[in-house]
Design a protein around this ligand. Structure first.
Ligand code: FCB
Length: 388
């Protein structure tokens, strides 16, 4: 039996996002879209806003030492330029609850949902958007910057822009190739402005984004090789290049493998999650290696699967640990792994159907049940090693 050991101080934990778990958020574009019948309502979600302490008890009982969560912009700035100190105090309590349980916080400032006032004035395409976003980020780190070292500004800007401006299935429901490209640049500009503001307010903090990268490969047919190279360049690296020099670490969110020219047999043989997403055993490793060129510390900020029966999650987690270990051996400065997700939650247009949690949530009673696979993860967290 081999023991794959991880460096001391490696972060092991899980991830959530405010709108997906907190409940009671009504002043954002997604809630408005739900009222218009365009997406499912999030309602009380997992009631994490009121239950974060007992949920962090579970995280600590699973031997985790870190937790990623998001701060809801619309709670902090419900009206343009008006900041709500009571909500700052709420998130201060969240940080305190993490600290007493020995959980390193990894806060994220924007995870897809926009305050209604911001979305109604054109979202990130408004000319003032970078300053407005940076003002919010600065405000939060002025108040709470002493509570965490690692801060994320954006979650998955490429997914946000593709779903909202190209596929037209998420707010603002546009299918507009030109605006799609423009919004990517605009979000990058907002990140750069936020980075400057946050570092000015709190020079000691580390600022990054959570970047959704895909493992692209091809069957070596020249046309497929070209498609693969272009996809990698655009999807995986364009945004990171736009913010070059404005990030202290990279958060990697990883879920997908795409092989150009895959045979029908390969496609049929793939193990899949309840979302139909392929669970490729080494794709996380390949994505980590793809980030080595930036020379920055990397935290896996999301990686997970919908698996209501919990029949594939344990092996998925063990494969993740193997990928992390192999990437470390290859010199990628990986510093942590935050599984998606701590809890079952609202999966955007899919509503509450998909079950991504290490912990199952019964939404009718808000009771929690730890899934078996979470105990497999616990062994890794506890030992800071995978016994293979
Ligand atoms: C990611 C999102 C996260 C969650 C997972 C399944 O793209 O960041 O909110 O929906 O997918």
């Amino acid at each position: 039996m081999a023991e794959l050991k991880f460096p001391a101080g490696f972060l092991w934990g899980a991830s959530t996002a405010a709108y997906q778990v907190e409940g009671g958020i009504e002043n954002v574009d997604w809630a408005q879209a739900a009222r218009e019948g365009k997406v499912p309502p999030a309602g009380r979600a997992a009631d994490f806003y009121n239950r974060f302490e007992s949920d962090f008890d579970i995280a600590a009982s699973l031997s985790m030492n870190a937790q990623r969560f998001s701060i809801e912009w619309a709670r902090i700035e419900p009206e343009e330029g008006k900041f709500d100190e009571k909500q700052i105090e709420h998130y201060r309590a969240v940080f305190a609850a993490l600290k007493v349980r020995g959980l390193t916080p990894v806060p994220n400032l924007w995870h897809f949902t926009l305050p209604l006032w911001f979305s109604q004035r054109g979202g990130f395409l408004h000319e003032d958007a970078p300053e407005v976003f940076a003002r919010y980020c600065r405000f939060v780190v002025e108040r709470l910057g002493s509570e965490a070292d690692l801060w994320l500004t954006h979650n998955e800007p490429m997914v946000y822009s593709a779903k909202g401006y190209w596929d037209g299935v998420w707010p603002p429901f546009l299918k507009n190739p030109l605006r799609h490209l423009r919004v990517i640049s605009a979000i990058a500009a907002a990140h750069r402005a936020a980075y400057r503001a946050m570092k000015e307010a709190r020079p000691a903090i580390q600022v990054g984004i959570a970047k959704h990268n895909i493992f692209f490969e091809s069957n070596w047919n020249p046309l497929n090789m070209l498609r693969c190279a272009l996809s990698d360049r655009f999807w995986n690296h364009r945004f990171l290049r736009l913010i070059a020099g404005y990030q202290d670490f990279i958060g990697l969110n990883h879920y997908h493998h795409r092989k150009f020219g895959a045979t029908a047999g390969e496609r049929a043989a793939a193990v899949r999650s309840d979302m139909g997403w392929e669970l490729h055993p080494t794709s996380l490793y390949h994505c980590l290696v793809g980030l080595k060129r930036y020379g920055l510390p990397v935290y896996v900020s999301e990686h997970g699967l919908a698996d209501a029966a919990d029949s594939r999650r344990a092996e998925f987690i063990r494969n993740a640990a193997r990928s992390l270990h192999r990437a470390l051996a290859d010199g990628v400065p990986v510093k942590g792994y935050l599984h998606w997700s701590m809890l079952d939650n609202y999966e955007w247009t899919e509503g509450f159907g998909p079950r991504f949690g290490l912990v199952e949530v019964d939404y009718a009673t808000q009771t929690r049940r730890i899934r078996e696979s979470a105990y497999v993860y616990k062994q890794i967290c506890e030992k800071n090693a995978l016994v293979d």
